[in-house]
Design a protein around this ligand. Structure first.
Ligand code: ATP
Ligand code: ZN
Length: 284
């Protein structure tokens, strides 16, 4: 029995979703216009759908799992379980006002008309801040609403902010942060749960790897303790003697996050010949 997964057919999550599966060693062909395909080397059947429909298909059992933005689930909750964040498709739902307009804080939005495709999330946000505003639901091209006189402000998904900027808008409040998540229907049988666990294990290995770097450096033996203290690795670092007397090579895994600070500190502590490699998989 194959696990059925629903991915966005085309759009902002499509590439990240298929790339993630491929990094998990799952090969498949998705020729243009194909709605359904099977993985070659993993018990997975893949459906390509509109992102908004994915939670429904999963809730109804047409698909077992799906990849969708957290924002979609928050706006229209369905009886599905969110299994894990996936580390791509990062964006935020933000309120933006026309550039020329003065804005001193959220109370400036009182009584204003705000266009959005996310009326529920926005209404909850305003309620939590004790603001009453006039929310107008529009399903697309929200960013043009102020320039055509339809609204005073918008609440829309943003990643770089360039779409807002080119429409003469300025971001003033973040309502929600979002990224792609894996959702699953409830009541998977034991065979499907096992396949899902295998898939999750791979996804987590791929994502852990992308958040870490493998670092190698040379150091004089007497500096090893100081250098080891800077390297927080999975375990204590590997220390290998070099052919040159009194020198060692130190290997470790460091987080992508504070990578440059660690490198600065290592150099200060006497490390030389620092090499940094990306990691394909990190099996824990
Ligand atoms: P579909 O045709 O599948 O309905 P869509 O136009 O509704 O597509 P996209 O714009 O492709 O959807 O966005 C899909 C998801 O990508 C969003 O729900 C959001 O979680 C995420 N996303 C990431 N960055 C952005 C961004 N800059 N703008 C909009 N969505 C983004
Ligand atoms: Zn959509």
């Amino acid at each position: 029995m194959k696990l059925k997964i629903a991915l966005q057919k085309s759009g902002k999550l499509a590439e990240g979703s298929t790339a993630l599966l491929r990094k998990c060693g799952i090969g498949f062909s998705n020729g243009l216009g194909k709605l359904r395909t099977e993985a070659a080397d993993f018990p997975l059947e893949i459906f390509f759908l509109r992102d908004d429909d994915i939670p429904n298909y999963v809730a109804d059992g047409v698909a077992d799992v799906g990849i969708v933005g957290e924002n979609v689930i928050a706006e229209d909750p369905k009886p599905v379980e969110t299994i894990d964040r996936l580390g791509f498709g990062h964006c935020r739902l933000s309120i933006a006002v026309p550039k020329g307009i003065e804005y001193n804080g959220i109370s400036d939005l009182r009584g204003k008309r705000i266009a959005t495709s996310y009326p529920k999330i926005l209404a909850e946000f305003f309620t939590s801040r004790s603001i009453t505003a006039d929310i107008h639901m529009i399903s697309g091209s929200v960013e043009i609403a102020p320039s055509i006189g339809l609204a005073d402000a918008v609440c829309d998904l943003v990643s770089s902010g360039s779409t807002l900027f080119s429409n003469g808008l300025r971001e003033v409040e973040t309502v929600m942060n979002s990224e792609a998540v894996l959702i699953a229907r409830t009541g998977l049988n034991s065979e499907l749960s096992e396949t899902l666990n295998r898939l999750l294990f791979r996804i987590r290995s791929v994502n852990a790897a992308s958040q870490n770097k493998y670092i190698l450096l040379n150091a004089p033996v007497e500096k090893v303790n100081e250098i080891s203290a800077i390297l927080p690795g999975m375990k204590s670092p590997t220390v290998v003697p070099l052919a040159e007397n009194g020198w060692v090579s130190v290997h470790s895994v460091i987080s992508q996050h504070d990578f440059w600070n660690v490198v600065d500190n290592l150099k200060r502590a006497g490390a030389e010949g620092i090499l940094v490699l990306s990691i394909d998989q990190m099996i824990r």
